[in-house]
Write a protein that binds this ligand. Structure first.
Ligand SMILES: Nc1ncnc2c1ncn2[C@@H]1O[C@H](COP(=O)(O)OP(=O)(O)OP(=O)(O)O)[C@@H](O)[C@H]1O
Ligand SMILES: [Mg+2]
Length: 242
């Protein structure tokens, strides 16, 4: 579906989040302009999943504000616009791949569900598993289905938590190509710099719940010494936070 209007921005404004006494996010602020695709990069425990859950409206910030365009993440408007891949995505195990897609598509109010499912089955190379029950799929194919379920309604905002997990390299390339061609604002979490470079050309770096840096990959490369691998530059920046 072609969208003539711009997709919404994604914004965190001074967001802090406590789990009990533990502060998982510390005054975190960043903004993705409409249509921008950004990697949310940080080591294990940095707060990536927490950030995405706040942006999707599953968790409330302890203080500060998250916004999807002009809307609060928990509003009906932003829920309609949003597609979310959780880190532990679990489609219905007793449904087939096609049944999962048709069910979620129908819940999302898609008119031509069957057509849409056919197109997604082909573009994500899930056709041969269309009738397989999810409980019998390999982990990678469950992940591919979960990605299909997150994008089935052509969301204008996509929040993806480690989308390439479990996928083999050719499948990763298929998914990356598909994501690149969507007209949406996308925030994609990963702890692997190499994954960030393949998915997007901008990164927001966080560590221990704290904002570290954001900018384009070109800007990031310029921060390093001549010929220094980008992974080493990132490692240095993240170590400086400890
Ligand atoms: N429900 C919870 N209760 C208490 N602490 C939590 C909870 N969820 C997350 N945390 C803590 O908050 C911090 C951030 O966790 P989060 O899952 O957001 O990190 P992450 O960047 O997604 O890590 P990973 O790369 O391992 O997925 C961690 O220290 C984690 O232990
Ligand atoms: Mg996580």
């Amino acid at each position: 579906m072609e969208r003539s209007t711009l997709p919404p921005s994604i914004e965190m404004n001074g967001v802090s989040k406590y789990y009990g006494d533990f502060q998982a996010l510390k005054n975190l602020s960043f903004k993705l302009e409409p249509g921008e695709r950004c990697a949310l990069l940080g080591p294990n425990g940095a707060g990536k999943t927490t950030t995405l859950k706040i942006l999707v409206g599953l968790l409330s910030p302890s203080s500060g504000e998250a916004k999807i365009g002009d809307f609060s993440p928990s509003s009906e408007d932003s829920r309609r616009m949003m597609g979310y891949l959780p880190d532990d995505a679990s489609p219905y195990r007793t449904f087939s791949v096609r049944e999962n897609m048709e069910y979620i598509g129908a819940l999302r109010g898609i008119d031509d569900v069957s057509d849409k499912v056919d197109r997604l089955l082909d573009s994500l190379q899930l056709r041969e598993y269309e009738k397989s029950k999810v409980g019998r799929l390999s982990r990678g194919n469950v992940q591919k289905l979960a990605i299909a379920l997150a994008i089935i309604h052509d969301p204008s905002v996509l929040l993806l938590d480690e989308p390439l997990n479990y996928l083999d390299i050719p499948t990763q390339e298929t998914v990356i190509e598909y994501l690149k061609n969507l007209n949406s604002t996308q925030l994609v979490s990963t702890h692997i710099m190499e994954v960030a470079t393949r998915l997007t050309d901008k990164v927001i770096m966080i560590s221990r719940g704290t904002f570290v840096w954001s900018g384009t990959l070109e800007e990031l490369k310029r921060l390093g010494k001549e010929g220094e691998p980008i992974e080493r530059i990132v490692a240095r920046m993240l170590t400086d936070v400890l």
